[in-house]
Ligand binder design. Structure first.
Ligand code: ZN
Length: 137
């Protein structure tokens, strides 16, 4: 499943960020999915639920932002929204456009749970995230 490997890569990024910021876990992960990225948001959301098990994002919520297809016209230089099967300039109708956005899949933000209490290390050691229901093990 294409989306699962995307999620795993995404979660690697999230874990690195959580570690880098000395946080305990990720609470909310926001990604932007372009209409031309080839990623199906529903499948991505489902894959995230599988992939997050055992990571520091195990309770994190995934927020998916949809990025519209935007093009810049090479003739009139206007930027406009386009649809995946029609990349024509909305201003002058010319076909000579360049994609500005819409094919991306990016990690936009990660909201983290920080607790600087003395029990941080204990919590990390006794990781409640390691679920016996993890279908990947
Ligand atoms: Zn134009």
């Amino acid at each position: 499943m294409h989306e699962l490997s995307i999620c795993q890569a995404l979660l690697n990024q999230v874990e690195a960020l959580v570690r880098q910021h000395g946080a305990r876990a990720a609470r909310r992960v926001t990604v932007r999915v372009g209409a031309l990225s080839g990623v199906v948001p529903e499948l991505l959301a489902r894959a995230f639920l599988l992939a997050r098990a055992g990571t520091r994002a195990c309770d994190a919520e995934l927020i998916i932002e949809y990025a519209p297809v935007r093009v810049r016209c090479e003739r009139c230089d206007a930027q406009s929204e386009a649809s995946a099967n029609n990349l024509r300039c909305a201003a002058c109708g010319d076909w000579h456009t360049k994609l500005v956005s819409g094919d991306e899949l990016v990690l936009v933000s990660v909201e983290m749970i920080k607790d600087k209490g003395p029990d941080v290390r204990n919590k990390a050691a006794a990781n409640p995230c390691v679920s016996t229901l993890n279908p990947l093990t």
